[in-house]
Design a protein around this ligand. Sequence first.
Ligand SMILES: NC(=O)c1ccc[n+]([C@@H]2O[C@H](COP(=O)([O-])OP(=O)(O)OC[C@H]3O[C@@H](n4cnc5c(N)ncnc54)[C@H](OP(=O)(O)O)[C@@H]3O)[C@@H](O)[C@H]2O)c1
Length: 304
Amino acid sequence: MKIFLAGAGGALGRRLVPLLVGAGHEVVGTSRSEEGAARVRALGARGVVVDALDADRLRDAVTAAAPEAVLHQLTDLSAADGAANSRLRRQGTRHLVDAARAAGVRRIVAQSISWAYVGGEAPADEGEPLDLGAPMPRGSMVGAVAELERISAELPEAVVLRNGLLYGPGTWYAPGGPVAAALRGEQGGPYLAGLTPDAGVSSFVHVDDAAAAVLAALEWPAGPVNIVDDEPAPATAWLPVLAAALAAPAPAPAPSPSPPSAAEGGEPAEAAGWARGASNSLARTRGWTPERPSWRTGFADQLD
Ligand SMILES: NC(=O)c1ccc[n+]([C@@H]2O[C@H](COP(=O)([O-])OP(=O)(O)OC[C@H]3O[C@@H](n4cnc5c(N)ncnc54)[C@H](OP(=O)(O)O)[C@@H]3O)[C@@H](O)[C@H]2O)c1
Protein backbone atom coordinates (compact mmCIF):
# COMPACT_ATOMS: atom_id res chain seq x y z
CA MET A 1 0.00 0.00 0.00
CA LYS A 2 1.18 3.56 -0.68
CA ILE A 3 1.36 5.40 2.63
CA PHE A 4 1.95 9.02 3.64
CA LEU A 5 3.44 9.13 7.14
CA ALA A 6 3.24 12.61 8.68
CA GLY A 7 5.77 12.73 11.53
CA ALA A 8 8.14 10.00 10.30
CA GLY A 9 11.05 11.63 12.15
CA GLY A 10 9.48 11.42 15.61
CA ALA A 11 10.01 8.97 18.44
CA LEU A 12 7.17 6.77 17.18
CA GLY A 13 7.58 7.49 13.46
CA ARG A 14 11.20 6.31 13.49
CA ARG A 15 10.14 2.92 14.87
CA LEU A 16 7.19 2.71 12.50
CA VAL A 17 8.96 3.27 9.15
CA PRO A 18 10.93 -0.02 9.23
CA LEU A 19 7.78 -1.95 10.19
CA LEU A 20 5.83 -0.48 7.28
CA VAL A 21 8.66 -1.02 4.79
CA GLY A 22 9.21 -4.56 6.10
CA ALA A 23 5.51 -5.29 5.53
CA GLY A 24 5.90 -4.28 1.88
CA HIS A 25 4.38 -0.80 2.04
CA GLU A 26 5.70 2.09 -0.02
CA VAL A 27 6.20 4.97 2.42
CA VAL A 28 6.59 8.72 2.01
CA GLY A 29 7.57 10.13 5.41
CA THR A 30 7.83 13.74 6.58
CA SER A 31 10.18 15.76 8.71
CA ARG A 32 10.54 19.53 9.02
CA SER A 33 14.27 19.44 8.33
CA GLU A 34 16.50 18.05 5.60
CA GLU A 35 18.50 16.17 8.28
CA GLY A 36 15.29 14.55 9.53
CA ALA A 37 14.21 13.64 6.00
CA ALA A 38 17.65 12.08 5.39
CA ARG A 39 17.17 9.92 8.51
CA VAL A 40 13.76 8.87 7.20
CA ARG A 41 15.37 7.87 3.89
CA ALA A 42 17.98 5.83 5.72
CA LEU A 43 15.11 3.83 7.25
CA GLY A 44 13.82 2.89 3.80
CA ALA A 45 11.11 5.48 3.13
CA ARG A 46 11.03 8.45 0.77
CA GLY A 47 11.73 11.43 3.01
CA VAL A 48 10.11 14.80 2.31
CA VAL A 49 10.56 18.10 4.12
CA VAL A 50 7.26 19.70 5.09
CA ASP A 51 5.79 21.71 7.96
CA ALA A 52 2.22 20.64 8.73
CA LEU A 53 1.37 24.23 9.66
CA ASP A 54 1.94 25.14 5.99
CA ALA A 55 -1.33 23.95 4.41
CA ASP A 56 -0.29 24.48 0.80
CA ARG A 57 3.05 22.64 1.07
CA LEU A 58 1.38 19.78 2.91
CA ARG A 59 -1.37 19.46 0.31
CA ASP A 60 1.22 19.41 -2.46
CA ALA A 61 3.26 16.74 -0.65
CA VAL A 62 0.23 14.49 -0.05
CA THR A 63 -1.02 14.94 -3.62
CA ALA A 64 2.42 14.07 -5.02
CA ALA A 65 2.59 10.93 -2.86
CA ALA A 66 -0.90 9.79 -4.01
CA PRO A 67 -1.27 7.55 -0.94
CA GLU A 68 -3.99 5.05 -0.13
CA ALA A 69 -3.67 5.83 3.60
CA VAL A 70 -2.37 8.69 5.71
CA LEU A 71 -0.72 8.07 9.07
CA HIS A 72 -0.85 11.00 11.50
CA GLN A 73 2.08 10.78 13.93
CA LEU A 74 2.61 14.54 14.36
CA THR A 75 3.35 15.81 17.85
CA ASP A 76 5.29 18.84 19.00
CA LEU A 77 6.59 17.61 22.33
CA SER A 78 10.34 17.58 22.01
CA ALA A 79 10.49 20.95 23.82
CA ALA A 80 7.59 20.01 26.16
CA ASP A 81 5.56 22.94 24.86
CA GLY A 82 1.92 22.01 25.47
CA ALA A 83 0.55 25.05 23.63
CA ALA A 84 2.60 24.24 20.52
CA ASN A 85 1.43 20.65 20.67
CA SER A 86 -2.22 21.70 20.95
CA ARG A 87 -1.79 24.06 17.99
CA LEU A 88 -0.33 21.21 15.94
CA ARG A 89 -3.17 18.91 16.97
CA ARG A 90 -5.75 21.43 15.80
CA GLN A 91 -4.14 23.10 12.77
CA GLY A 92 -1.83 20.31 11.65
CA THR A 93 -4.68 17.79 11.72
CA ARG A 94 -6.92 20.23 9.83
CA HIS A 95 -4.31 20.67 7.12
CA LEU A 96 -3.50 16.95 6.93
CA VAL A 97 -7.13 15.86 6.62
CA ASP A 98 -7.84 18.58 4.04
CA ALA A 99 -4.81 17.40 2.07
CA ALA A 100 -5.94 13.78 2.34
CA ARG A 101 -9.42 14.64 1.11
CA ALA A 102 -8.01 16.62 -1.81
CA ALA A 103 -5.96 13.55 -2.77
CA GLY A 104 -8.97 11.21 -2.47
CA VAL A 105 -7.60 9.34 0.57
CA ARG A 106 -10.24 7.47 2.60
CA ARG A 107 -8.19 6.03 5.46
CA ILE A 108 -6.28 7.71 8.28
CA VAL A 109 -4.65 6.25 11.39
CA ALA A 110 -4.12 9.05 13.88
CA GLN A 111 -2.15 9.21 17.13
CA SER A 112 -4.15 10.28 20.19
CA ILE A 113 -3.71 9.72 23.93
CA SER A 114 -5.35 7.53 26.56
CA TRP A 115 -5.34 10.05 29.44
CA ALA A 116 -7.97 12.44 28.13
CA TYR A 117 -10.94 10.49 29.56
CA VAL A 118 -13.23 11.74 32.31
CA GLY A 119 -12.37 10.53 35.79
CA GLY A 120 -13.53 7.15 37.07
CA GLU A 121 -12.63 4.27 39.34
CA ALA A 122 -11.56 1.72 36.73
CA PRO A 123 -9.24 1.98 33.70
CA ALA A 124 -11.17 3.68 30.88
CA ASP A 125 -12.46 1.87 27.84
CA GLU A 126 -13.22 3.59 24.54
CA GLY A 127 -16.90 4.10 25.43
CA GLU A 128 -16.01 6.64 28.13
CA PRO A 129 -16.33 10.31 27.16
CA LEU A 130 -13.38 12.65 26.92
CA ASP A 131 -12.91 15.06 29.82
CA LEU A 132 -14.09 18.13 27.92
CA GLY A 133 -15.17 19.97 31.07
CA ALA A 134 -11.75 19.72 32.72
CA PRO A 135 -10.35 22.93 34.21
CA MET A 136 -7.38 24.64 32.56
CA PRO A 137 -4.73 23.80 31.57
CA ARG A 138 -6.00 20.20 31.16
CA GLY A 139 -9.17 21.51 29.49
CA SER A 140 -7.26 23.03 26.62
CA MET A 141 -5.20 19.86 26.10
CA VAL A 142 -8.33 17.67 26.07
CA GLY A 143 -10.07 20.12 23.72
CA ALA A 144 -7.20 19.86 21.24
CA VAL A 145 -7.21 16.04 21.46
CA ALA A 146 -10.97 15.99 20.82
CA GLU A 147 -10.48 18.29 17.84
CA LEU A 148 -7.74 16.02 16.41
CA GLU A 149 -10.08 13.02 16.73
CA ARG A 150 -13.12 14.88 15.32
CA ILE A 151 -11.26 16.23 12.28
CA SER A 152 -9.65 12.83 11.61
CA ALA A 153 -13.12 11.26 11.62
CA GLU A 154 -14.12 13.43 8.67
CA LEU A 155 -12.39 10.78 6.56
CA PRO A 156 -14.61 7.72 6.00
CA GLU A 157 -12.12 5.28 7.59
CA ALA A 158 -10.51 6.95 10.61
CA VAL A 159 -8.82 4.79 13.25
CA VAL A 160 -7.71 6.78 16.29
CA LEU A 161 -5.09 5.11 18.46
CA ARG A 162 -5.21 6.43 22.03
CA ASN A 163 -1.67 5.65 23.19
CA GLY A 164 -0.53 5.27 26.74
CA LEU A 165 2.50 7.26 27.91
CA LEU A 166 5.17 6.35 25.38
CA TYR A 167 8.45 5.00 26.68
CA GLY A 168 11.38 3.42 24.88
CA PRO A 169 14.14 4.73 22.59
CA GLY A 170 13.83 8.42 21.74
CA THR A 171 11.19 9.19 24.38
CA TRP A 172 11.34 11.36 27.48
CA TYR A 173 11.61 8.18 29.60
CA ALA A 174 14.64 6.63 27.91
CA PRO A 175 18.04 6.54 29.67
CA GLY A 176 19.71 9.90 29.12
CA GLY A 177 16.35 11.58 28.43
CA PRO A 178 14.73 14.52 30.17
CA VAL A 179 12.85 12.44 32.76
CA ALA A 180 16.12 10.87 33.96
CA ALA A 181 17.58 14.39 34.20
CA ALA A 182 14.53 15.62 36.10
CA LEU A 183 14.76 12.73 38.59
CA ARG A 184 18.41 13.63 39.21
CA GLY A 185 17.45 17.25 39.80
CA GLU A 186 19.38 18.43 36.74
CA GLN A 187 16.27 19.61 34.90
CA GLY A 188 12.80 20.52 36.07
CA GLY A 189 9.84 22.28 34.56
CA PRO A 190 7.29 20.26 32.63
CA TYR A 191 9.30 17.04 32.86
CA LEU A 192 8.72 16.96 36.62
CA ALA A 193 4.95 17.32 36.31
CA GLY A 194 4.20 13.60 35.98
CA LEU A 195 6.78 12.52 38.55
CA THR A 196 4.77 12.85 41.75
CA PRO A 197 4.51 9.57 43.66
CA ASP A 198 0.77 9.75 44.20
CA ALA A 199 -2.13 7.35 43.72
CA GLY A 200 -2.95 8.64 40.23
CA VAL A 201 -3.04 5.76 37.74
CA SER A 202 -1.23 5.88 34.38
CA SER A 203 -1.03 3.51 31.44
CA PHE A 204 2.23 3.16 29.53
CA VAL A 205 3.11 1.62 26.19
CA HIS A 206 6.48 0.95 24.58
CA VAL A 207 7.04 2.82 21.28
CA ASP A 208 7.57 -0.47 19.43
CA ASP A 209 4.21 -1.79 20.61
CA ALA A 210 2.59 1.51 19.62
CA ALA A 211 4.25 1.30 16.19
CA ALA A 212 3.01 -2.28 15.75
CA ALA A 213 -0.52 -1.07 16.49
CA VAL A 214 -0.30 1.54 13.72
CA LEU A 215 0.74 -1.11 11.21
CA ALA A 216 -2.10 -3.40 12.32
CA ALA A 217 -4.63 -0.54 12.31
CA LEU A 218 -4.23 -0.14 8.55
CA GLU A 219 -6.73 -3.02 8.48
CA TRP A 220 -8.92 -2.14 11.49
CA PRO A 221 -12.46 -0.78 11.47
CA ALA A 222 -12.87 2.94 12.13
CA GLY A 223 -13.06 4.31 15.66
CA PRO A 224 -10.92 4.89 18.74
CA VAL A 225 -8.78 2.10 20.24
CA ASN A 226 -6.67 2.32 23.41
CA ILE A 227 -3.07 1.21 22.84
CA VAL A 228 -1.75 0.62 26.34
CA ASP A 229 0.08 -2.14 28.17
CA ASP A 230 -1.58 -4.65 30.48
CA GLU A 231 -0.84 -2.92 33.76
CA PRO A 232 -2.34 0.49 34.53
CA ALA A 233 -0.64 1.48 37.78
CA PRO A 234 -0.36 4.26 40.35
CA ALA A 235 2.74 6.41 40.36
CA THR A 236 3.57 5.02 43.80
CA ALA A 237 4.20 1.69 42.01
CA TRP A 238 5.77 2.66 38.65
CA LEU A 239 7.87 5.66 39.64
CA PRO A 240 10.35 3.77 41.85
CA VAL A 241 10.75 1.13 39.12
CA LEU A 242 11.40 3.83 36.51
CA ALA A 243 13.89 5.60 38.77
CA ALA A 244 15.77 2.34 39.38
CA ALA A 245 15.87 1.60 35.63
CA LEU A 246 17.30 5.08 34.99
CA ALA A 247 19.78 4.84 37.88
CA ALA A 248 18.19 7.96 39.37
CA PRO A 249 16.79 8.61 42.85
CA ALA A 250 13.07 7.99 43.32
CA PRO A 251 11.20 11.13 44.39
CA ALA A 252 10.00 11.16 48.00
CA PRO A 253 6.22 11.21 48.49
CA ALA A 254 4.93 14.78 48.49
CA PRO A 255 3.65 16.08 51.83
CA SER A 256 -0.06 15.44 52.25
CA PRO A 257 -2.53 18.17 53.19
CA SER A 258 -4.31 15.59 55.41
CA PRO A 259 -2.95 14.64 58.86
CA PRO A 260 -0.07 12.15 58.61
CA SER A 261 -0.88 8.55 59.37
CA ALA A 262 0.83 7.36 62.52
CA ALA A 263 2.48 4.35 60.91
CA GLU A 264 3.89 5.87 57.73
CA GLY A 265 4.46 9.52 58.55
CA GLY A 266 2.03 10.64 55.83
CA GLU A 267 -0.21 9.59 52.95
CA PRO A 268 0.78 9.94 49.30
CA ALA A 269 -0.29 13.26 47.77
CA GLU A 270 -3.84 13.33 46.50
CA ALA A 271 -4.05 12.20 42.87
CA ALA A 272 -5.90 13.95 40.04
CA GLY A 273 -9.41 12.47 39.68
CA TRP A 274 -8.93 11.76 35.96
CA ALA A 275 -5.76 9.69 36.43
CA ARG A 276 -7.30 6.23 35.97
CA GLY A 277 -5.33 4.50 33.18
CA ALA A 278 -6.95 2.72 30.25
CA SER A 279 -7.96 -0.79 29.19
CA ASN A 280 -6.52 -2.56 26.13
CA SER A 281 -9.38 -5.11 25.82
CA LEU A 282 -10.58 -3.74 22.48
CA ALA A 283 -7.08 -3.71 20.94
CA ARG A 284 -6.64 -7.32 22.06
CA THR A 285 -9.88 -8.35 20.36
CA ARG A 286 -8.42 -6.82 17.18
CA GLY A 287 -5.37 -9.08 17.49
CA TRP A 288 -2.86 -6.62 19.02
CA THR A 289 -0.89 -7.86 22.00
CA PRO A 290 1.92 -5.85 23.57
CA GLU A 291 5.34 -7.50 23.35
CA ARG A 292 6.13 -5.54 26.50
CA PRO A 293 3.04 -6.22 28.58
CA SER A 294 4.23 -4.21 31.59
CA TRP A 295 6.42 -1.22 32.43
CA ARG A 296 7.73 -3.44 35.30
CA THR A 297 10.15 -5.12 32.93
CA GLY A 298 9.87 -2.66 30.03
CA PHE A 299 11.47 0.35 31.76
CA ALA A 300 14.73 -1.56 32.16
CA ASP A 301 14.73 -2.54 28.48
CA GLN A 302 14.66 0.80 26.64
CA LEU A 303 17.83 0.76 24.56
CA ASP A 304 17.88 0.35 20.78
N1 LIG B 1 2.06 10.43 23.55
C1 LIG B 1 2.83 10.32 24.61
O1 LIG B 1 2.91 9.33 25.21
C2 LIG B 1 3.67 11.47 25.09
C3 LIG B 1 3.22 12.34 26.06
C4 LIG B 1 4.08 13.29 26.60
C5 LIG B 1 5.36 13.35 26.11
N2 LIG B 1 5.76 12.48 25.18
C6 LIG B 1 7.12 12.57 24.71
O2 LIG B 1 7.13 13.35 23.55
C7 LIG B 1 8.29 13.02 22.84
C8 LIG B 1 7.97 13.00 21.38
O3 LIG B 1 9.09 13.46 20.81
P1 LIG B 1 9.44 13.22 19.30
O4 LIG B 1 10.86 12.89 19.23
O5 LIG B 1 8.47 12.28 18.69
O6 LIG B 1 9.35 14.68 18.74
P2 LIG B 1 8.22 15.65 18.43
O7 LIG B 1 8.87 16.96 18.42
O8 LIG B 1 7.05 15.49 19.29
O9 LIG B 1 7.90 15.29 16.87
C9 LIG B 1 7.18 14.18 16.42
C10 LIG B 1 7.07 14.28 14.93
O10 LIG B 1 6.20 15.33 14.58
C11 LIG B 1 6.88 16.18 13.67
N3 LIG B 1 6.45 17.56 13.79
C12 LIG B 1 6.43 18.34 14.89
N4 LIG B 1 5.95 19.56 14.58
C13 LIG B 1 5.68 19.53 13.25
C14 LIG B 1 5.16 20.46 12.32
N5 LIG B 1 4.79 21.69 12.67
N6 LIG B 1 5.03 20.07 11.03
C15 LIG B 1 5.39 18.85 10.65
N7 LIG B 1 5.90 17.93 11.46
C16 LIG B 1 6.02 18.27 12.75
C17 LIG B 1 8.34 16.02 13.97
O11 LIG B 1 9.09 16.44 12.85
P3 LIG B 1 10.68 16.65 12.90
O12 LIG B 1 11.25 15.39 12.33
O13 LIG B 1 10.92 17.82 12.03
O14 LIG B 1 11.07 16.89 14.31
C18 LIG B 1 8.40 14.56 14.24
O15 LIG B 1 8.45 13.84 13.03
C19 LIG B 1 8.76 11.68 23.34
O16 LIG B 1 9.97 11.88 24.00
C20 LIG B 1 7.72 11.25 24.32
O17 LIG B 1 8.28 10.64 25.45
C21 LIG B 1 4.93 11.58 24.62
